[in-house]
Design a protein around this ligand. Structure first.
Ligand SMILES: Cc1cc2nc3c(=O)[nH]c(=O)nc-3n(C[C@H](O)[C@H](O)[C@H](O)COP(=O)(O)OP(=O)(O)OC[C@H]3O[C@@H](n4cnc5c(N)ncnc54)[C@H](O)[C@@H]3O)c2cc1C
Length: 522
C-alpha cells in the first residue's frame, strides 16, 4: 500500500468508480473491503488516518452486548454474537476470547446474572465462545487475585471476545487493497458534483498533504463518516436534519498490577445505569466507559474530568489496590455515532443498530450507528443497497468466510508482535537486518523501531501519530512513554518518507500536542 500510487490511480481514472466511500473507519473500510472482494471498482477517501475517528477508541470488545440483552434487544444481540464468531474465524490473529466475571456483592446477583448469561450463551448458539457458570468466592479470587474481596460472595463467569480495533482497521485497509480496492488517507471530501437534476455524480476531495483538488466520479457515493455523518450530509443538503446524537465514551488505561490474572471484570450496573468493564488488553488494563451526550464533534475528543473521576470511583469499588489519578497511563475518548430516535433523552438508550439512509434527490447513501462487532454485516448491507442504487451488476457478498490480512491461527507465538499476525515474521526480519531497529522505541514500550519502517512502507503511515497511536498502540499503552519515544519515531519516519529535519521537528511537536490530551492531570 503506497499513498502516492493510490493518488495516481485516483487522478488517472477516466471512468466513474462503481462505489466511492467517504470515511476510513470500521464502517467505510468494511464496506470498501466487501465491495472490492465482490469485484467492484471501489475507492475510499479518509480525511485523516484510517481509524483516526471512533474506530481506534472503542472498548475493544467483540461482543453481543450484555447491555442490549438487558434492554431485551434479542435480535441485535444474536446478530452481533454471530458476527463475533465470524470475526474470530476471519481474523484469529486479532480476536481472542476472554473470561469475564460479574462479581456479586449481594445475594441476588449471582442467580440473576447467571440466568442472564445462560440466555447469552443460548443466543450465541454454535458461535458460542464458552459456557457461562456461577462460581464461588474462592474461584473469583483465584481468577482475579486483585479483586476487592470485602463483601464478595461469588460471581458469574461468561466468555466474550476482545480485539485490537485500530490494527483490524489497518488490516481491513490492506485486504481491500489486495482485493483491488484503492484507498487514500489524508484526503478530505469537501463537496459533491451533481448532474442538472441534482443527483450526485462524484465528490470533490482535497489531498491534505499537497493541497491538490481531486474530482472523483462514482456511480454510488457512500457517506460512512460515523459521528461526522451530518456534516457530510450538509455538504449535499445544507438543511439536512441531524440524524446523529453524538455521545462520548472515555477509557482509562492502567498497568496490569491493578487487574492481575487473565479475566476481565464486568459491572452490569454502575451508579448511572451503565455497564462498565476492566479488561486486560495487551500489557495493560482498559477501564471504561462513560456515555456523555456532547455538542461538537472533534477528531481528538478530550475526556472530561467528571468522566475520569466517575471511572476511578467505580474502579475503586471493585479493585483491591487503590487507583489514583496519578496511576493513569493514558486516557482516551471516542464519539459514538448513535442514530437519533424520536426526541432523544439519554444517549445510553439510543439505537446501537445501524441505519442506512438514502437522500431522495441526490442519492447520497449514509450509513451510521452499529458497532465494530457488526461492521461486516453493516458493510454487506451497504454494498447490497449500493448495487440497487448504482444499478451495478448483482454479486453476492463473500466476506462471511474471508481471511483478513495478517490471518494466522497461532499468532501468540510471535509474542508482542502477535497482533501483526502473519506480518510479524517480516517485521522481525527488519530488526534482524538492522539491529538498531530491534531496540524498543522506549524502555516502557514493547514496540521496536522496526514497527516504524513497516508502518511507512506497508501500512501507509504518514505521521508520528499514525505510527504511535494506531500502527503500534503506544499512545494508548503509555502516553508519557509515547511522547518520549516520538523523537526517535519521527527520525525513522522522516528517513522513510524522505522528509527534512524541519518536518521531523514539526512531527514531534504535533504529536506531543495530541498526546498531552491523553495524559490525565487531576
Ligand atoms: C467509547 C466507545 C466504545 C466502544 N466500544 C465498542 C466495543 O467495545 N465493541 C464494539 O463492537 N463497538 C464499540 N464501539 C462502537 C464502534 O467503535 C463504532 O461503532 C465504530 O468504530 C464506528 O465506526 P465508523 O466507521 O462508523 O466511524 P469512525 O471510526 O468515526 O470513522 C469515520 C471516519 O470518517 C472520516 N471523515 C469524516 N469526515 C470526512 C470527510 N469529509 N472526508 C473524508 N473522511 C471523513 C473521519 O476522519 C473518520 O475516520 C464503541 C464506541 C465508543 C465511542
Amino acid at each position: 500500500m503506497n499513498r502516492d500510487d493510490m493518488l495516481a490511480a485516483i487522478r488517472e481514472r477516466q471512468e466513474p468508480w462503481d462505489i466511492v466511500i467517504i470515511g476510513g473507519g470500521a464502517t467505510g473500510l468494511g464496506s470498501a473491503m466487501d465491495a472490492a472482494a465482490r469485484g467492484f471498482d471501489v475507492v475510499l477517501l479518509e480525511q485523516a488516518d484510517f481509524a483516526k475517528g471512533t474506530s481506534s477508541r472503542s472498548t475493544k470488545l467483540v461482543h453481543g452486548g450484555v447491555r442490549y440483552l438487558q434492554q431485551g434487544n434479542v435480535s441485535l444481540v444474536m446478530e452481533a454474537l454471530k458476527e463475533r464468531g465470524m470475526l474470530l474465524r476471519n481474523a484469529p490473529h486479532l480476536v481472542r476470547d476472554v473470561a469475564f466475571i460479574v462479581p456479586s456483592y449481594a445475594w441476588w446477583e449471582s442467580p440473576f446474572y447467571g440466568v442472564g448469561m445462560k440466555v447469552y450463551d443460548l443466543l450465541a448458539g454454535r458461535y458460542g465462545f464458552g459456557k457461562s457458570s456461577n462460581i464461588s468466592r474462592e474461584e473469583v479470587v483465584e481468577a482475579i487475585p486483585s479483586i476487592q474481596t470485602e463483601g464478595l460472595l461469588g460471581g458469574t463467569r461468561y466468555f466474550d471476545g476482545q480485539f485490537d480495533d485500530a490494527r483490524l482497521a489497518i488490516n481491513l485497509a490492506t485486504t481491500t487493497f489486495e482485493q483491488g480496492g484503492t484507498l487514500a488517507n489524508y484526503t478530505q471530501v469537501v463537496g459533491f458534483e451533481k448532474d442538472p437534476a441534482g443527483a450526485i455524480e462524484g465528490v470533490l476531495a482535497r489531498d491534505l498533504e499537497s493541497g491538490e483538488e481531486l474530482r472523483v466520479q462514482g456511480r454510488v457515493v457512500v457517506n460512512a463518516t460515523g459521528p461526522f455523518a451530518d456534516g457530510v450530509r450538509r455538504l449535499d443538503r445544507p438543511d439536512a436534519a441531524p440524524m446523529i446524537a453524538p455521545s462520548q465514551g472515555v477509557h482509562l488505561v492502567l498497568d496490569r498490577s491493578f487487574l492481575s490474572g487473565d479475566s476481565a471484570i464486568m459491572v452490569p450496573h454502575t451508579d448511572d445505569g451503565r455497564v462498565m468493564f476492566a479488561i486486560p488488553w495487551h500489557d495493560v488494563v482498559v477501564v471504561g466507559t462513560t456515555d456523555t451526550p456532547i455538542e461538537s464533534i472533534d477528531l481528538e475528543p478530550r475526556p472530561q474530568a467528571e468522566e475520569v473521576e466517575f471511572i476511578l470511583e467505580t474502579a475503586n469499588r471493585y479493585l483491591a489496590k487503590p487507583v489514583a489519578a496519578s496511576d493513569i497511563r493514558s486516557t482516551f475518548a471516542g464519539i459514538r455515532p448513535l442514530v437519533k430516535m424520536g426526541d432523544g433523552g439519554s444517549t445510553a438508550a439510543l439505537s446501537r443498530d445501524h441505519t442506512i439512509l438514502v437522500e431522495p434527490v441526490s442519492g447520497l447513501l449514509t450509513v451510521a450507528g452499529g458497532k465494530w462487532t457488526t461492521y461486516r454485516k453493516m458493510a454487506e448491507d451497504v454494498v447490497d443497497h449500493a448495487l440497487t442504487l448504482g444499478d451495478l451488476e448483482p454479486r453476492a457478498c463473500v466476506t462471511q468466510q474471508f481471511p483478513i490480512h495478517g490471518y494466522h491461527r497461532n499468532a501468540e507465538r510471535f509474542g508482542r508482535l502477535g497482533f501483526y499476525g502473519s506480518d510479524a515474521t517480516e517485521i522481525l526480519g527488519l530488526a534482524e537486518a538492522d539491529p538498531a531497529m530491534g531496540e524498543p522505541l522506549h524502555p516502557r514500550l514493547a514496540g521496536t523501531g522496526a514497527a516504524v519502517p513497516w508502518a511507512a512502507r506497508r501500512e501507509m503511515a504518514r505521521t508520528v501519530d499514525d505510527v504511535l497511536a494506531r500502527r503500534t498502540r503506544a499512545l494508548l499503552f503509555d502516553a508519557q512513554a509515547a511522547i518520549e519515544a516520538a523523537p526517535r519515531a519521527a527520525a525513522i519516519l522522516g528517513r522513510e518518507l524522505e522528509r527534512d529535519a524541519a518536518w521531523v521537528e514539526e512531527q514531534v511537536e504535533a504529536f506531543t500536542a495530541i498526546a498531552s490530551g491523553y495524559l490525565y492531570r487531576a
